[in-house]
Design a protein around this ligand. Structure first.
Ligand code: ACO
Length: 333
């Protein structure tokens, strides 16, 4: 039986560009600070009534086209997101309806920045067990409607952007190409280092005035930035090493490293520690910001487009995010 392959990738990025200077008009920040600390130059925000599933549906249509796959051939939808359209039902179900696909299973993976790699692992398991033949995996996020664009929220608000990436997955022929392995980890004791407290089922009420308008609003994501930064570097390095060692390779054998896009400095620190050439690292955070579950398919899309990603290459995907969670995957493209 052949390994799982990514047959086609699609994307959707809202056309509305928000520069660092745009943000400095809304809060106490500067282009210089944002670029120096994170590498981000701009991000895209939706400017109309639109949900993560709408972006996901557009990305999915392109992925299907590129995979030369008809919609009716898809027999499972997995949607990775931390910004679902609704608390319920899943964005996967909303997307399914947008696409006009009926009856097949559709569900969300809520695992923040590692969501795409957790989803990839679920999809790979379904395909390798023979349960499903073609899986549509989408990572889609709309952050811009849930950030604190006042001075109080500046540490987090400048980092995130909206967007979606989608991939059509299926088993390939029996050769050495495809997903070689995936590796998943979590450490829930760090949950409060990077979290969004409300609305939530915990407590007497899910949402009240105090949570929204009190001195310390709970409706925006909060992060202990430096703490998260250090863990992201350490865990990403571990996960990359784990992926290559599990397959008898070394870091030097990797042709292309596609890391999650939380901060350009994180990815530079990872490459430097591993003595891995920066030109083999795919980064898109400069133009898109952190699009969480969409970052990896969006980066793969770019690398395919500009010719950096080609057949036969050894590709390592790695991500770190809230939870904490971290994950990697090794693929022969
Ligand atoms: N503009 C200007 N100044 C700012 C801004 C801003 N946007 N944000 C914070 N500052 C100020 C702070 O108030 C602080 O000022 P002070 O020294 O007077 O107190 C100063 O800049 C330094 O702040 P730090 O937070 O210590 O800055 P740091 O160098 O750590 O950079 C950053 C912050 C970019 C957030 C970084 O810590 C980071 O990237 N962390 C990791 C992000 C990450 O990995 N996230 C995980 C994925 S997200 C997910 O899973 C949902």
């Amino acid at each position: 039986m052949g390994k799982t392959r990514i047959r086609g990738i699609g994307r959707c990025i809202p056309s509305n560009v928000v520069t660092n200077d745009d943000l400095s008009g809304r809060m106490d920040t500067t282009d210089e600070w944002i670029q120096q600390r994170s590498g981000i130059q701009q991000r895209h925000h939706i400017d109309s009534d639109c949900g993560a599933a709408d972006l996901g549906a557009e990305a999915a249509r392109e992925a299907l086209e590129r995979a030369k796959t008809r919609l009716e051939e898809i027999d499972c939808i997995v949607f990775a997101t931390l910004s679902p359209d609704y608390d319920m039902p899943s964005s996967a179900c909303v997307l399914q309806s947008r696409l006009g696909l009926t009856g097949v299973p559709a569900f969300d993976v809520r695992n923040q920045c590692t969501g795409f790699l957790y989803g990839l692992t679920v999809a790979d398991s379904f395909l390798q067990s023979g349960r499903y033949g073609k899986v549509l995996l989408v990572g889609g996020e709309i952050h811009s409607t849930g950030l604190d664009f006042t001075d109080r929220g500046r540490q987090v608000a400048v980092l995130f952007g909206d967007g979606a990436g989608a991939a059509v997955l299926e088993r390939g022929p029996s050769d050495d190409r495809g997903i070689l392995s995936t590796h998943l980890h979590s450490e829930g004791s760090f949950a409060e280092k990077l979290w969004l407290e409300a609305a939530a089922s915990r407590g007497e009420t899910r949402l009240d005035e105090e949570m929204i308008a009190g001195e310390d609003p709970k409706i925006f994501p909060k992060m202990q930035g430096r703490y998260v930064f250090k863990h992201a570097v350490t865990r990403s390095i571990e996960a990359i090493r784990e992926a290559v060692e599990a397959n008898g390779y070394s870091v030097d054998d990797i042709d292309l490293l596609v890391p999650h896009q939380a901060n350009l400095r994180i990815n530079q620190a990872v490459a430097m520690t591993l003595e891995f050439p920066e030109e083999k690292v795919v980064n898109n955070i400069q133009g898109l910001g952190n699009t969480t579950a969409a970052t990896i398919p969006l980066a793969l899309y770019d690398a395919l487009e500009d010719g950096r990603l080609t057949e036969g290459q050894l590709v390592c995907l790695v991500a770190f995010g809230a939870g904490f969670t971290w994950a990697s995957a090794l693929l022969r493209w």
